[in-house]
Design a protein around this ligand. Structure first.
Ligand code: BGC
Length: 337
């Protein structure tokens, strides 16, 4: 296992390890050009191996977020026995998901970027999923201050696939003041309602008039408690349906820290984004530089297909068939305002 540090012509830096494809540092300039590391994480691979229960910076697979009751029906075959690691449900790929495996890594570069190509063969039956799945994830850091993620995969049996990245952000710096005063705008009119276990029921609910409404930018903290009451999820921890055409590469969300001026725009080909306000961080994790990560000290914008899609026929499909090539792209673009 090793670390790779990417640096662009503006001095922006991104550090990652091939353990779990974890991005452990992202150094971004503020409006005065001062760099800060805006992602939560640890310093060593050992810490990520031992206690990355929060999935800091990791690739999530085979399935981002939850699958209800650890089972689903796929082309008439009942797939059961996914690992139950969230009550009776399956979360983020199971016991040893893509966040805990060692990826093959190859450094790459091209016009205006440097990067690392990560590859992993997930064997037939791993964590209960059918088919050998050959997955690649390319991370690039561009001279336009973008962190680009390109996912590809093929399978030799019909299966499901829904990867994402679980980076936590605080645009004031990972050790900085709470991001609850960051302004967030999400390009979405609907979210997928869940049961108390966080499993989408299939209902697609308008955000208008409730705390889930981020059509206009507002502080993350403004309605965070109301969201917790409405959903029993203890704050924002939901999938928003991005207002775009299928496969269109479009803006999903914009986060902005008024104090430092740092801004992050999230673009994706995916139909959904899980906005998670770090509700389960509780001060028990000590990260880089001894920083204690308190409740809601970082937030995630995880681009994805909707959680529990294999069980909800009218959600965009996560089925991957032999002969098909899964492709997905997400960009976190940093700037200042
Ligand atoms: C989920 C949360 C979960 C967290 C794990 C998020 O993507 O939606 O419910 O607790 O990941 O850190």
């Amino acid at each position: 296992m090793e670390f790779f540090t990417l640096e662009n012509k503006n001095g922006m830096k991104l550090k990652l390890t091939n353990f779990g494809g974890i991005v452990s540092e992202i150094h971004v300039p503020d409006r005065d050009g001062t760099l800060a590391d805006v992602t939560l994480g640890f310093e060593t691979v050992e810490e990520y191996q031992d206690h990355n229960d929060a999935y800091f910076g990791a690739i999530i697979g085979r399935f981002g977020n939850r699958i209800g009751d650890c089972s689903f029906c796929l082309d008439g075959t009942y797939v059961s026995g996914l690992h139950a690691n969230d009550g009776k449900n399956h979360l983020h790929g199971g016991k040893r998901g893509f966040d805990k495996v060692v990826w093959d890594a190859e450094e790459i570069s091209g016009d205006g970027f440097t990067g690392v190509k990560l590859s992993y063969l997930s064997k037939d039956g791993e964590e209960g999923y059918p088919g050998n799945l050959q997955a690649t994830v390319i991370y690039k850091l561009t001279d336009a201050n973008e962190w680009v993620i390109e996912y590809e995969a093929t399978a030799d049996k019909t299966t499901v696939y829904n990867p994402t990245n679980h980076a936590y952000f605080n645009l004031a710096g990972h050790a900085g003041p709470s991001p609850l005063d960051h302004e967030l705008q999400i390009n979405s009119e609907f979210y997928t309602a869940t049961d108390d276990g966080g499993i989408p029921t299939g209902a697609i609910v308008p955000v208008a008039g409730c705390g889930m409404d981020f059509r206009q930018a507002k502080a993350i903290g403004q309605d965070v408690d109301e969201a917790g009451v409405v959903s029993s999820r203890g704050g924002f921890d939901h999938n928003w349906v991005i207002d775009k055409r299928p496969d269109e590469f479009a803006l999903a969300a914009t986060a902005w820290d008024p104090k430092s001026g740092r801004e992050m725009k999230v673009y994706t080909t995916e139909p959904g984004v899980q906005f998670y306000s770090g509700n389960f961080l509780d001060g028990s994790l000590k990260g880089k530089g001894g920083t204690v990560y308190q409740k809601r000290s970082g937030f995630c914008l995880e681009t994805q297909h909707f959680p529990n899609s294999p069980n909800i026929g009218h959600f965009p499909t996560t089925t991957l068939r032999p002969g098909e090539v899964f492709k997905s792209k997400t960009v976190y673009a940093f700037g200042v305002r």
